[in-house]
Structure formats: structure tokens, C-alpha cells
Design a protein around this ligand. Structure first.
Ligand code: DGY
Length: 325
């Protein structure tokens, strides 16, 4: 019998074809709720479940599950309790590498978009309020010569640093979880002499743009809270392309509304797809619907990797991108 793979959502070409060639695939017509997914995982009808970020794969579900693996269609896997999966002998895999540049593009877009008030400016033109060039129309901030602080220094942070250096920014970073270890010269590679590691507290206090690139876990949940927001420069802008719950969104709304910080560029939210009350009304924000990896080639490549991971796990092999320790 070929691989029996359950897809909680359809995947772009060529993943469907790869999966179909490997065995029998079942694609759910609509995103499953927790109970439905729990029952499907426990049914014994599937070898592997191909999930995405909104599918909650927690300890109780994994304890009941009769599957060999979970293949997540994402690089992040905070939706899956990996230690519970490991305990129950269930492999977990993700899609690293292929979305690095696309996500760094969005981080840089948010830096530039907040600095130059692109949403407010666009709205002004569309609403017919542009009455001609004016010396003080839509004045924003520079990015050149400003400090970009990177929380985390993994693949996406580095790709963001590469872009920001091209825009003449100074780069500081604190590795994950912030400030926990010194990144040596060798590990810095191409960035040696171009970026500087600082403690988390200095990163917070010195950044003109503070960009988050840490995974969401117990250590990073609400890493940016009212206290941290209170220690940022009043002119600073917060950028989040990582995961919403890294920021206390209510505290962020308060900091933005009182002018405690100057702006925020967010591609992710604490309770997607919902926004904290008041966030959408704030002019000093650029808000995107979690589109860091949303280019046609990147999504196709993520789908291909997740399909190959699923096929490997279904036949009892170690996937190319395992997450379990
Ligand atoms: C991921 O892969 O973790 C992104 O958030 C969605 O592509």
C-alpha cells in the first residue's frame, strides 16, 4: 500500500502531483476544527498529516494520534507540541531555507513602509487629498544612518541585515533567546566587522528599528511587552515578521496610541486573523496579512518540501527537514 497522507489544505503545484504519485491523498474541503483534526489523526487512516500554521497539534491530540509523522507547511512550528510528538514517536518536519529571502524582503518593506508612511501617503492620494507638492507633506524618517536592531540572528535576520546594509543602516543584533550567547567571528561569516552583537537591553534602547526574528516559544512569548516598549526610543519603530505572540499586542496599541514609540510594521498578529482593539485605527502602522513567504515560487517550494517530508515519513524514513531533536 502507498503512503496515506492527509492534507488539511490543498497545496500548490508540484506538491499535489508528488503526493499523488506516492500513494493515496485526502484533501479536506475546508480547514478542520480541532475536534475534526483530532479524530482524523486518531482514526488510523493516515500515515502522515500535512498541516499548516492554523492547525493546532497539541499534546492531547498527539497522545491519541495514530500517525507516523506531521509535515508542517511552514518553517515555524509553534502550532505543534514537538516534545509531545517526540515522546509519542511521531516525527515532525518543516520547510526551512526557501522562504528566507521573501520574508526578509517583507521585513525591509515594513522598515521602509513605516519610515516613509507609505500607507498614509497612498490613502491620501486615493482619497483625492493630494493637492500638489508641499514642503511638509508626509514627512517621514530616514533609514540610512539609522540603527536596525535584530532580535535573533538566524537565516531571516541575516538576510534582513544584508538588505539593510545596502540601505546604509547600522546593524546591531542580540541572538536568540535574546542575549543568551556570544556569536563568534567565524559564525558571523560575511557579517564580521559589519554588525555588532549587544545585550538585549542595549538592543531595545538603541534601535531606531527593532525587528523580531526569534521563534515563538515559552522564552519568547511576549518578549516585547509594556516594559520593553517603555525602554525603546520614542522615535523607534517595531517590525514583526516572526510570530504575533512575541509581542504583547495590547501593550503595543497603548505604546503607539500614546506616542511611546513612533510606529510598527507588522506581518503577524497575536490572535490571527483578529487584531487587538484599536490597532487598525492607528495611522502609524503598516499591517500585512502574514505574507512573509507569499510569493508564487516560494509557496510552491514550501509545498514541494512539505510533500517530500511527508512521503519520507510515511515510509518510515527520516525526512529531509526534521524538527524533533
Ligand atoms: C512560516 O513558514 O513559518 C511562515 O510564517 C509562513 O510561511
Amino acid at each position: 500500500m502507498g503512503a496515506r497522507i492527509l492534507l488539511t489544505t490543498d497545496l500548490p503545484h508540484p506538491a499535489r502531483e508528488l503526493l499523488a504519485a506516492a500513494g493515496e491523498i485526502t484533501v479536506l474541503a475546508a480547514p478542520p476544527g480541532y475536534e475534526e483534526l483530532d479524530a482524523l489523526c486518531a482514526s488510523g487512516d493516515f500515515d502522515v498529516v500535512l498541516t499548516q500554521l492554523r492547525d493546532r497539534i497539541d499534546g492531547p491530540l498527539l497522545a491519541r494520534a495514530r500517525v507516523k509523522g506531521i509535515s508542517n507547511y511552514a518553517v515555524g512550528y509553534n502550532n505543534i507540541d514537538v516534545s509531545a510528538a517526540t515522546k509519542h514517536g511521531i516525527a515532525v518536519a518543516n520547510t526551512p531555507g526557501v522562504l528566507t529571502d521573501a520574508t526578509a524582503d517583507i521585513a525591509m518593506l515594513l522598515v521602509l513602509g513605516t519610515a516613509r508612511r507609505v500607507i498614509e501617503a497612498d490613502r491620501l492620494v486615493r482619497e483625492g487629498r493630494f493637492t500638489g507638492w508641499e514642503p511638509e507633506l508626509m514627512l517621514g524618517s530616514d533609514v540610512s544612518g539609522k540603527t536596525l536592531g535584530l532580535a535573533g540572528f538566524g537565516r531571516i535576520a541575516r538576510a534582513t541585515a544584508r538588505r539593510a546594509l545596502g540601505f546604509g543602516m547600522e546593524i546591531l543584533f542580540a541572538p536568540r533567546p535574546p542575549g543568551d550567547r556570544v556569536v563568534g567571528r567565524e559564525e558571523l561569516g560575511e557579517f564580521a566587522g559589519k554588525v555588532r552583537q549587544v545585550p538585549w537591553s542595549e538592543l531595545v534602547a538603541s534601535s531606531d528599528y527593532l525587528s523580531l526574528h526569534v521563534p515563538l516559544n515559552a522564552d519568547t512569548h511576549h518578549l516585547v511587552d509594556a516594559d520593553v516598549l517603555g525602554r525603546m526610543k520614542p522615535s523607534a519603530i517595531l517590525i514583526n515578521t516572526a510570530r504575533g505572540p512575541i509581542v504583547d499586542e495590547e501593550a503595543l496599541v497603548a505604546a503607539l496610541s500614546t506616542g511611546r514609540i513612533a510606529g510598527a510594521g507588522l506581518d503577524v498578529f497575536e490572535n490571527e486573523p483578529l487584531l487587538a482593539a484599536g490597532l487598525a485605527q492607528l495611522p502609524n502602522t503598516v499591517l500585512l496579512p502574514h505574507v512573509g513567504s507569499a510569493t508564487v515560487p516560494v509557496r510552491a517550494e514550501m509545498a514541494r518540501l512539505s510533500a517530500l517530508n511527508a512521503i519520507a515519513m510515511a515510509s518510515g524514513q527520516v525526512p529531509a527537514h526534521p524538527v524533533n531533536p
